[in-house]
Design a protein around this ligand. Sequence first.
Ligand SMILES: [Zn+2]
Ligand SMILES: [Zn+2]
Length: 343
Amino acid sequence: MTDLMKTIILNKPGEFAMINRPQPAAPGPGEALVRIARIGVCGTDIHAYCGNQPFFSYPRVLGHELGVEVVTVGAGVTRVRVGDRCAVEPYLSCGTCVACRRGKTNCCVRLQVLGVHCDGGFCQFLLLPQNKLHPSRQLSLEQLALVETLGIGAHAVDRAAPVNNEWALIIGLGPIGLATLQFVIAAGARPIVMESNPRRVEFCRKQLGIQSIVNPAQAPLEQLASITQGELPTTVFDATGNAKSMMAAFQYVASGGKLVLVGLFLGDVTFHDPEFHRREMTLLSSRNSRGQDFQRIIAMVESGQVDTRPWITHRGALSDVPDLFPTWVKPETGVLKAMIEIE
Ligand SMILES: [Zn+2]
Ligand SMILES: [Zn+2]
C-alpha cells in the first residue's frame, strides 16, 4: 500500500480542502523526490483563490514558491544529493519548442507551472526533474522559498537592461515590485517607486532607504517630472497587474524609453499610438524567469546583496491554510509575504 500525504487542494475559488493523496512514486532517471518545507504565498495564489487568475483551472493544488529538501534521487542524478536544500524553478518546460530552443524556457509554448497549470507544493512531497532544483549550502529553507519571487524581478530588469544612473520607475510595491526594485538597485540604476499604500511606502523608505517615492493619487506625472528634471524615467516597470495603472504607465516613460509590464491582468491594454510613436517607446512584457536567474539570485542572497527576510509578514502551518488564507487575502491584514511551514 502506498503511503499517503497531507495535501491542501483548492476545489474552486474560495474553497480549500485538506485531503490525503498517495505520495509520489520513487524517482525515475534524472528525477529527485523532495520534501516541501516552506511555501511562499503570492499574488498568483491569491488570484486563484479569488477566481481572477488568467489561465487557471480547478481543482488545483497551489504552491510554486518552494524551499525543499532532497529525500531520494533517481539514476543519473548528479546535480543534487540526498539532504540538499534547494529552491525550485517551478516552470516545467518542454525543451524542444521554438521558445525553449532559443533558451527562453520561461515562456515555453507547452509551459506547465507548478501550482498553476499542474499541481504544486501545498503538500508534503513532489517529484521533480533534477534541472529544476537549485541547491544552496548556506541559505535557509525560507530564503530558498523566496528565490522564485526574486526571479520575477531579476528577469523583468534583464528585459529592460537599465544602465548606470538612469532613472527607473517601479510602480506597485508588492513582492514583485520589491523584487524588481532590488535588481534595479543592483544594476546601478536610480530607483523611483510609485505606491499609495502607506505601510508599503514606509517599508520602502525604512528598510530600503528609497528617497524618491511618488503617490499615484497626487499628480504623479508632475512628481515624476520634478524628480527627473523634466525628463521622466527612461525605464518604467509596472508591477501592479492593475489595468488602470498599466495604461497610465505609458505616460510616465521618457522619450526613447522602455515600459516593462511585469504584472498582468485578464483583459486588453490600450494606449494612444501618436504618443507611443512620438517617444519611440519600447514595450516589453516579462514572464517568469530562467534557470540561470535562480543560480545568480542564490549567489546574491548568499553574499547578502539581497535580503528578503523583512518581506515575511505572516506565517502559518499547511494544515491551517483553509482558515488562514481567507484572512491573508484581505488588504487590511497587511500581508506583504505569507510563508507556509511544513514540519
Ligand atoms: Zn509567485
Ligand atoms: Zn518549450
